[in-house]
Design a protein around this ligand. Structure first.
Ligand code: F6P
Length: 343
């Protein structure tokens, strides 16, 4: 078999570990050929493809980013692109495509499968918002980075008796903010799923002050629903190929508003892409490897239109379409539990 492999959407730690597992299993165990497609679906539209070998995979398990490159290209936006993509699949004689990505990349894989192109998916995203799998790799690393940052910010906030607002990633789903906020012992967490106004945050800070507490850590998800008259804070109006708006700036806004309402000196820290960079944690290396091994087996067995998913402790095949049918959001019960520590 000739297998094409690509990574699409935002990069995340663990992508190289997943590529390595697909390549090693497909070549060393199943005896197939594997071709790297550069920069996500864009590489398949442009025919930017090269053959991979097992020895190319040396040392990759610990490397951040993706050796294949990535993009947010949606070939379904332009008829010509889709035509070129299909022609290239024929030209390179691909029997299967392994797509590693989040909801957008996997949506394309789902549509291509419906169009008769055999695809297998591997879920990745630091946002952890794919409903068809219990976990995605990238999330644990992003969380570890965010918690370490909050720990460090806590000691400086304590020394200066300051409020520090920490903005973390998470577009529609607040998993990073929720987990990092709880694990980092934040005093308030603002999520995309549940509205919380700046006045409510100030109310919490004032209560802490009355109790003699002199520093406050507020974790804000970049897509936080800040409620009241305020809407989602965005960097600009531009959309990517999949219609996603560029978020960012909510931390600064919340910090400024808290400053206005309290008269305190506030500091804001935006963790941004540091959460996506660097070496994956051992957990993410393992999860990515298990997904990659399973995906290679699905391809070998002709089990197309499937995505490798974690259910409990098992890796199981689920329909690709399930991966993109709905986003996994933070449930209200969990947020209520987190509020135990909002004081
Ligand atoms: O989807 C992953 C993610 O990191 C989101 O949390 C974030 O909003 C977005 O990607 C940022 O995308 P970009 O790298 O294109 O700025």
């Amino acid at each position: 078999m000739r297998i094409g492999i690509l990574t699409g959407g935002g990069d995340c730690p663990g992508l190289n570990a997943a590529i390595r597992a697909v390549v090693r299993r497909s070549i060393d165990v199943h005896g197939h050929e594997v071709y790297g497609i550069r920069d996500g679906w864009k590489g398949l539209v442009e025919g930017d493809v090269y053959q991979l070998s097992s020895s190319d995979m040396a040392g990759l398990i610990r490397e951040g980013g993706t050796i294949l490159g990535t993009s947010r290209t949606n070939p379904y936006n332009e008829e010509e692109d889709l035509k070129s993509l299909k022609e290239n699949i024929k030209k390179f004689k691909f029997d299967a495509i392994v797509a590693i990505g989040g909801d957008d990349t996997l949506l394309v894989a789902t549509k291509l499968t419906e169009d008769g192109i055999p695809c297998v998916g591997i879920p990745k995203t630091i946002d952890n918002d794919l409903s068809a799998t219990d976990a995605t790799f990238g999330f644990d690393t992003a969380l570890t980075i965010a918690v370490e940052a909050i720990d460090r910010l806590t000691t400086t906030a304590k020394s200066h008796h300051r409020t520090i607002v920490v903005e973390v990633m998470g577009r529609q789903a607040g998993w990073i903010a929720l987990h990092a906020g709880i694990a980092g012992s934040a005093h308030c967490i603002m999520l995309p799923e549940f509205k919380m106004s700046v006045s409510e945050v100030v109310g919490l800070i004032n209560k802490r002050k009355e109790a003699g507490k002199r520093f406050h850590i507020i974790v804000v998800s970049e897509g936080a629903a800040i409620g009241g008259d305020d809407s989602m804070v965005t960097q600009d109006e531009s959309l990517d190929d999949f219609g996603n708006i560029r978020l960012g700036g909510v931390g600064k806004y919340v910090g400024k508003e808290i400053g206005k309402q309290t008269g305190d000196e506030i500091r804001t820290v935006v963790l941004g892409h540091t959460q996506r960079g660097g070496s994956p944690t051992a957990y993410d290396r393992m999860l990515a490897t298990r997904f990659g091994l399973a995906a290679a087996d699905y391809v070998n067995n002709g089990d197309f239109g499937k995505m490798a998913a974690l259910k409990g402790n098992e890796i199981v095949p689920v329909p690709l379409s399930d991966a993109t049918s709905e986003l996994k959001l933070v449930p209200a019960e969990l947020y209520e539990l987190a509020k135990t520590f909002f004081s």
